[in-house]
Design a protein around this ligand. Structure first.
Ligand code: THU
Length: 139
């Protein structure tokens, strides 16, 4: 199976396990590490709504738990008219582990695909460059 198909399969399958009784909007995400392993995650909602987590966050957590920290590709799927668009927080979470040229494929269940880079998803991402202590007052 091609890498693209493996990621797609993982994201579609994990989406089925999403816990989304409040929004009824199930999302599946897969991230591929630079080592080539694929990690999947789904959204997990909570009756205390802000405690819910996104599919992308779950996939990232699985990757980090497995000891990997570099993302080489991302695939996200939901049952939306237009391919699902990651929320702002998840864009920043992906940018923590993926370079700007990482390809993110956004999909719906009807075969529509949009391919973007992380840099296109989050232009001007807050990064370690902005934390350069040399430019800070040392008081
Ligand atoms: N959601 C995700 O898991 N990922 C996205 O990219 C978009 C939104 C979830 C959060 C919430 O459980 C539901 O979709 C509706 O916002």
């Amino acid at each position: 199976m091609s890498v693209e198909n493996s990621m797609e399969k993982a994201a579609f399958a994990v989406r089925e396990n999403a816990h989304a009784p409040y929004s009824n909007f199930k999302v599946g995400a897969a991230v591929r590490s630079v080592e080539g392993a694929i990690y999947a995650g789904c959204n997990v909602e909570n009756i205390s709504y802000p405690e819910g987590t996104c599919a992308e966050a779950g996939a990232i957590a699985a990757m980090v738990a497995a000891g990997e920290t570099r993302i080489s590709e991302v695939f996200v799927v939901a049952d939306s008219k237009q391919p699902v668009s990651p929320c702002g927080g998840c864009r920043q979470k992906l940018a923590e582990f993926g370079a700007g040229d990482v390809v993110v494929t956004l999909a719906n269940l009807n075969g529509v695909r949009v391919r973007m880079t992380l840099a296109e998803l989050l232009p001007g991402a807050f990064s370690t460059n902005h934390m350069d202590l040399d430019h800070k007052d040392s008081d």
